[in-house]
Design a protein around this ligand. Structure first.
Ligand code: MG
Length: 400
């Protein structure tokens, strides 16, 4: 029997202004919307959560004037789990509380993650979730043992040197049972206390909180220097390229699928699956970039399991492998060779659908259509072909 996944509401406070960064960059954009490597910081954090299967909904708390912007970004980058965008409060605690109230009560667990902490891997968050679920009555926070020597200073004089072996730097996600977090917030607001993170609220009601060591970069982008460092982390990334191609015989009356869409045609691809040559070429390019072989090795056409199979499922599966290895897709370019019907009215739709399937924005997905001028099997309308190139990026994993 398949275990059903535990359900988590992911709460993302993103109401910070970051006016220092904005001043230095001479922009009016607030921190979560600044871009690193061409993608807004908040989108990077949300895309990571999107890839965690246990997360069933995402609630973002942001300034009310940015609500429409967050919704537009979610559409552009295919963040499908975003359920609500609520008003952020004066403090981080207020923002988290507003989002908590708007989250689905049927999700038994809550995971809070800073909107400006974009680098932790979905795989690490899953490990933290698994660790949390071993004993959900206590909370769990991600962090790492402190490296610098830290001293307590009073009126400019050192009062004492803290024992470094006992100190941790605390990051997010911070994970709790919903009921525990609600109780912690009730306690906090009823007594007008002060706190800087969710774990501190749990401590106040004597709920044990465990730590989970994050091995990779999980910086919070707070200062202009952080933004520079974030850029350097991306610059130090490893890049991969893959190519793929596919060709299928055309048969009258078969449906024609391209990029996951059905395109009206008097003939379609003869295939074991739905014969989506464009997706097959992209899947091969993704596998090629990872050095994993080709589509036939993973979805053999001799396996009855894949008969009539949807190619979009193949793509989903392979994207999971890409992400599992820590890569993200940077862009995809492709060409379909087909004599008829003319694909020009369909190119934009196919591009949009592929972008949606790949979790990319449309300008990261190229879809070109060509005829073969009557030459060769495509030109003679006997077949359809597709070519694809993909590029992948994996950030270098580093600490500190
Ligand atoms: Mg094929």
């Amino acid at each position: 029997m398949k275990m059903s996944l535990a359900k988590f509401s992911a709460i993302v406070p993103a109401a910070g202004k970051g006016s220092r960064i904005a001043r230095r960059l001479g922009t009016k954009k607030v921190k979560p919307f600044l871009e690193i490597g061409g993608v807004p910081i908040l989108v990077r954090s949300l895309k990571m959560l999107e890839q965690v299967p246990e997360v069933s909904e995402i609630i973002v708390a942001t300034a009310p004037r940015h609500r429409a912007l967050v919704l537009a970004m979610a559409r552009q980058f295919a963040i499908r789990k975003l359920r609500r965008v609520v008003a952020g409060g004066k403090t981080r605690t207020d923002s988290v509380f507003n989002a908590l109230r708007a989250s689905n009560r049927k999700c038994p667990f809550v995971l809070v993650h800073d909107g400006v902490r974009p680098f932790i891997l979905a795989a690490t968050v899953r490990k933290a979730i698994r660790c949390f679920l071993k004993d959900p009555s206590s909370g769990l926070i991600v962090g790492r043992p402190a490296i610098p020597t830290i001293k307590e200073v009073r009126s400019g004089l050192i009062a004492k040197t803290l024992d470094r072996s006992l100190l941790w730097e605390i990051e997010t996600p911070q994970i709790f049972e919903r009921e525990t977090l609600i109780r912690a917030y009730d306690h906090f607001y009823s007594r007008r206390l002060k706190a800087t993170d969710d774990a501190q609220l749990a401590e106040m009601i004597h709920v044990p909180v465990r730590t989970f060591q994050c091995e990779e970069e999980n910086m919070k982008i707070t200062t202009p220097e952080d933004l520079d460092k974030a850029g350097r982390i991306l610059d130090a990334a490893e890049f991969r390229v893959g190519t793929g191609e596919d060709r299928h015989r055309l048969k009258p009356w078969r449906p024609l699928y391209l990029g996951g869409l059905r395109v009206p045609s008097s003939a379609g691809a003869e295939a074991h699956s739905d014969g989506d040559v464009l997706i097959h070429a992209i899947v091969d390019a993704l596998l090629g970039a990872l050095g994993l072989g080709d589509i036939g090795e993973f979805f053999p056409d001799t396996d009855p399991k894949f008969k009539g199979g949807k190619s979009t499922r193949f793509l989903e599966k392979v994207l999971g492998m890409v992400r599992g290895k820590g890569f993200e897709v940077v862009n995809v370019d492709s060409t379909v060779v087909l004599e008829a019907p003319k694909l020009s009215p369909w190119k934009k739709k196919i591009q949009g659908n592929l972008a949606h399937l790949l979790g990319l924005s449309a300008d990261q997905v190229g879809v070109k259509a060509k005829t073969s001028e009557g030459l060769g099997p495509e030109g003679e309308r006997r077949s359809i072909a597709a070519h694809a190139v993909v590029s992948l990026r994996r950030k270098k994993i580093c600490c500190g």
